[in-house]
Design a protein around this ligand. Structure first.
Ligand code: NAP
Length: 249
């Protein structure tokens, strides 16, 4: 019998869970999904799961050797740039093949009023010019980087899975919720909050896209934070099927 090959899926995303399930169906494959442990009650993938950081690129390289990992699938969120850089470095050091699975980003369509910025800090800097006095902002960039908005004079509605750490904007309301978010729910949220601006990362994917449709319908401007660049030279696919094919043929 052929010994099982161990594939490491760096996850924390819908795609990571889907890829783990698809890979686990293949014969002679052992899938281990890795989660950062940043979310209190994560949605767990099929198969084995390990939780917590590796200790940088060196720690990951040591893990790959110790666990005899045959290949790595980086299915982390497009904004998890630290983990992605570590995976590229560790795989280069150890010679373990790496495939990056990235869902496509969003693109503006007719009627969208998007303002693209290069970072979360750039989003905070863009807000004053877009807001009236007593402005209202719906902030959906997640828990990280919210300190950037602390100095913006506006009322914020902050949506995140778990409560964010301070510092936070002085005037804020927390919306603790986990996607996917349907269009009717997003319409109701925008009608309730009546934001002057919606702020989002360019996360891509269907699970959180309905807010963009609801914003377009209501003429609400959207500040969209561009994705950080990928490390040079890493092979990138955009679907789970392509990831499985690249990893297992
Ligand atoms: P990050 O800034 O790139 O990573 C920071 C550190 O967290 C990494 O250096 C690594 O620690 C650890 N880490 C990250 N992802 C890991 C994983 N899958 N398994 C084990 N350790 C991991 O990442 P982040 O933006 O904080 O995201 C953390 C996790 O949340 C990721 O798995 C990502 O897919 C998910 N997520 C992120 C976002 C977002 O907007 N950033 C949104 C949804 C989901 P060590 O250096 O010690 O190995």
């Amino acid at each position: 019998m052929t010994p099982a090959r161990t594939l490491l899926v760096l996850g924390g995303t819908t795609e990571g869970r889907a890829a783990a399930a698809a890979l686990a169906e293949r014969p002679a494959v052992r899938v281990v999904s890795s989660l950062a442990g940043a979310v209190r009650a994560p949605s767990l993938p099929d198969g084995a799961v390990r939780v917590g950081g590796f200790g940088g690129a060196d720690g990951l390289a040591a893990y790959l050797c110790a666990e005899r990992v045959s290949a790595v699938l980086d299915a982390t969120h497009p904004f998890a740039s630290g983990m992605t850089a570590n995976a590229a470095a560790a795989c280069a050091t150890t010679g373990v093949p790496l495939v990056v699975l990235r869902r496509p980003g969003w693109t503006a369509g007719p009627g969208d009023r998007w303002h693209r910025v290069g970072s979360v800090a750039g989003a905070a800097a863009a807000l004053p010019a877009l807001l009236p006095r007593d402005g209202r902002v719906l902030l959906t960039t997640g828990r990280g980087g919210l300190a950037r908005f602390a100095g913006v004079d506006a009322a914020f509605w902050i949506r995140s899975v778990d409560p964010p750490e301070p510092p936070l904007p002085a005037r804020h309301t927390l919306l603790l919720d986990r996607g996917p978010f349907g269009l009717d729910a997003e319409r109701a949220l925008l009608d309730d909050v009546c934001p002057h601006v919606l702020v989002t990362k360019d996360s891509g994917g269907a699970a959180t896209a309905p807010k963009l449709t609801a914003a377009r319908e209501r003429g609400v401007p959207v500040v969209v934070v561009d994705r950080p660049p990928l490390p040079a030279g890493v092979p990138v696919v955009s679907t789970v099927d392509d990831a499985v094919t690249r990893l297992l043929g």
